[in-house]
Design a protein around this ligand. Structure first.
Ligand code: ZN
Length: 733
């Protein structure tokens, strides 16, 4: 009834558009700004211009209100005010529904509503129903419109809030951190730094708590010529916080979560760059701390292309993260570059000086080979920095340099893990051990890479006179029913311990010390050796300064603002080594790295030795292995198998034998965890596979006392394709 409607004088076209703009600011612009503000690394990676970023942000702020204004103005001018009202009401109610949905999703996350069975889709429809109610109230009363008029302040406040972030000031306004131009190194010796990722220092040790020289000959070789800080620990278990701690000497600051230069202006790269005394080569695949000036590749996209690309990515991120999970099939895919993964187009040129761009999750062989090539004598002393994301997962490398999982990228979680991003180990110990085995094999591959680097330094006579530092950002935990990456008291030895080797210029003899050292001590030590004044006070201390007192504690920062303070000699420090030796032995007579077969007595035997029973009632859907088992390129060996059994309900784990070319190559079983019932995984030795096409057969194994019966199991496999860039085959480090 017309009497119940608010009359229109206060609601001119201008105020209505202002109200749409206010709703749009809450429903669209702020969520987009929030996501961009938390990921400035993406802007650094893509190197968009400030004006392109600003234009894209304005589009999110104004596109919907302006389009609505134009349509309403046209409809009014052709005397269709009712249609104009309908457009206003429709756009307004959709924006209200989206805003409510965002609030609901936050409440759902905060109070874990999903656990009590409230699905996303219910909240989605609740949002729309409430929006209809809001529409009715808007027509009935004046005050909802007045609230919207006040809320229009968001149009100004949200962009200002984004611009208050120093990272955004750097990217949009070009306000870069002040350069400390006085930096000068009085002793500019060559510097080589290798930072491995996810390498627990304890995993390198044998029963004598020395470097296991059989499994890790290159680390042992380095230990023989450097100081090995056996009690070195990290201060954070995430790369984005742990790497900046190494490069700034500062403890993590939870108000500066993004690892970009503007958040860490006095980082090692900037300090070295500003000396103007070094030729720098920086491989920085995850963090973006190196000065913009080191970037060698010019932006190739035009302004319009940049706006198109950035707006497109942000729209996809917005839709992907705002839509109910039930609409997963409709969610657009987010470009990999949003996650810091470099697309092939950026990789076309690979300079040998300055910043070198690589993706963190693949092509490690290529990266290390490239780094080795860069280790040449230069006119100025060299500063060579390599951050290489091994032995961190995805695990795909064997010690020989061969790969068993060519397509394994970040989205594939290790078998036996749970949680949205595989953040926990489930309770099946075998699966945890299988992950640990793959990790230790990849660590042997990391050792091989280190060996190539030391070889090159020795061949160019740079080793002796260089300051060489080998470190890792954090460890990795392998404990059933525990967090993989988040520190809790049980996994501290796994996560905190990192290797730290410092070879001073001219140092020839090795030394092991149990001094309490943290990764924040790396930067002040470098400054001390180079005799370089630091522009500000740091939390770490030089390890070569005899006057430095040993720190009486260790700190471990957690996600959020929680800090664990730990006794430097924390009692369970070597428990990682004890657990590892109990499972895998060491590189000695007792080497049990390949000991995870569930029925070891079958391995290596011919199929003809066994009685075959009826076909197994289960079928295996393989995700790895079993497809085209012809090694298509020399570096690939199809020795990794994962899959899921379908068929009758599994009451107890099914024992499985995998035969290759008529001989049993490995045995495994399905998970004991009821949530993963039917899942299986196994890594076979590479020697089992021939160069020619391999014939794989799967069997369910039934045991009768000492005899075994094999039941042939049918299987399907994903037709996986080898990544088009197979060049790492020839660039194996
Ligand atoms: Zn890391």
């Amino acid at each position: 009834m017309s009497e119940s409607r608010v009359s229109d004088p206060g609601r001119t076209l201008f105020t209505r558009i202002l109200q749409i703009a206010a709703l749009n600011a809450f429903a669209v612009a702020q969520p987009v700004f929030d996501r961009l503000g938390s990921n400035p690394e993406y802007l650094r990676l893509e190197d968009f211009s400030g004006i392109a970023i600003g234009t894209s942000l304005l589009l999110f702020l104004l596109a919907i209100p302006v389009a609505t204004l134009i349509v309403m103005a046209i409809l009014k001018s052709v005397k269709c005010p009712k249609s104009a009202d309908l457009v206003f009401a429709t756009v307004g109610m959709i924006l209200v529904a989206v805003s409510l949905n965002i609030v609901f999703r936050w409440l759902q996350w905060r109070f874990e509503w999903r656990r009590v069975g409230i699905p996303d889709i219910a909240l989605f429809f609740a949002g729309f129903s409430l929006a209809l109610g809001c529409g009715w109230m808007y027509r009935r009363w004046q005050w909802p419109g007045q609230i919207l008029n006040v809320a229009a302040i968001g149009i100004i406040l949200f962009p200002l809030s984004l611009l208050s972030l120093s990272a955004m000031q750097a990217e949009i306004l070009g306000i870069t951190p002040k350069s400390s131009s006085t930096t000068h190194a009085k002793n500019p010796v060559p510097v080589v730094i290798v930072a491995f990722d996810g390498l627990c220092g304890m995993s390198l040790l044998n029963e004598r708590h020395e470097i296991d020289a059989v499994r890790y000959p290159s680390f042992a070789r380095l230990a023989g010529k450097s100081t090995f800080y056996r009690n070195a620990t990290t201060v954070h278990s995430r790369t984005t916080q742990a790497m900046p701690a190494i490069l700034t000497g500062q403890l993590p600051d939870m108000s500066k979560l993004s690892p970009v230069e503007s958040n860490h202006p006095n980082n090692l790269f900037r300090l070295i760059y500003d000396t103007n005394q070094y030729d720098m080569t920086v491989f920085e695949p995850v963090t973006r701390l190196s000065p913009k000036e080191l970037r060698q590749l010019d932006q190739t996209l035009s302004f319009t292309e940049q706006v198109w690309q950035l707006s497109g990515t942000l729209t996809r991120v917005y839709l992907n993260t705002s839509m109910p999970t039930e609409f997963e099939c409709l969610q657009p895919e987010i470009p990999l570059s949003w996650y810091g993964i470099v697309e092939e187009t950026i990789l076309q040129e690979r300079p040998s000086r300055g910043l070198v761009a690589y993706s963190w999750d693949a092509e490690h062989g290529l990266q290390v080979a490239h780094f080795v090539r860069c280790l040449q004598k230069t006119e100025k002393p060299g500063f060579h920095f390599l951050h290489v994301v091994i032995p961190h997962d995805p695990w795909s490398h064997l010690p020989s340099g061969k790969d068993y999982s060519v397509n394994s990228r970040i989205f594939e979680h290790a078998v036996g893990t749970t949680g949205e991003i595989g953040e926990y180990w489930a309770d099946d110990e075998l699966f945890v051990k299988q992950g640990w085995q793959r990790y230790l094999l990849q660590l042997q591959y990391a050792d091989r890479c280190l060996g190539k680097i030391i070889d090159q330094l020795e061949s160019t006579d740079e080793f002796e006179r260089s300051l060489m530092i080998v470190v890792a950002d954090h460890g990795m935990a392998f404990i059933p029913s525990q967090e993989r990456r988040k520190p809790v008291s049980e996994n501290l030895p796994d996560l905190m311990s990192v290797p730290l080797f410092i070879k001073l210029p001219g140092q020839a003899a090795g030394e092991i010390t149990d001094r309490n050292v943290e990764t924040i001590d790396v930067l002040p030590t470098i400054a001390d050796v180079l005799q370089m004044q630091l522009p500000s006070i740091v939390d770490g201390a030089s390890l070569v300064d005899q006057n430095t007192k040993e720190r009486p504690r260790k700190s471990m920062y957690c996600d959020g603002s929680e800090v664990m303070v730990i006794n430097p000699d924390f009692p369970q420090r070597f428990s990682y080594v004890d657990r590892m030796l109990a499972t895998f032995g060491s590189g000695s007579q007792d080497d049990r790295l390949w000991s995870l077969d569930t029925i070891p007595e079958l391995v290596g035997r011919q199929l003809t030795e066994f009685k075959s029973g009826d076909p197994s009632p289960w079928k295996c859907n393989l995700e790895h292995g079993g497809g085209d088992l012809t090694p298509r390129w020399p570096n690939f060996v199809p020795s990794y198998f994962t899959g899921h059994l379908t068929g009758p309900k599994i009451s107890q784990p099914v024992q499985i034998a995998i035969a290759v070319n008529g001989r049993i190559g490995g045995t495994t079983r399905t998970s004991t965890n009821s949530d993963m019932s039917g899942s299986m995984g196994a890594l076979l030795r590479e020697e089992v596979f021939a160069e020619r096409p391999n014939v794989v057969q799967l069997f369910e194994v039934e045991r009768f006392g000492d005899t075994f019966v094999l039941h042939k199991m049918s299987f399907t496999s994903l037709d996986f394709t080898v990544r088009s860039d197979s060049s790492s085959a020839s660039d194996d480090p």
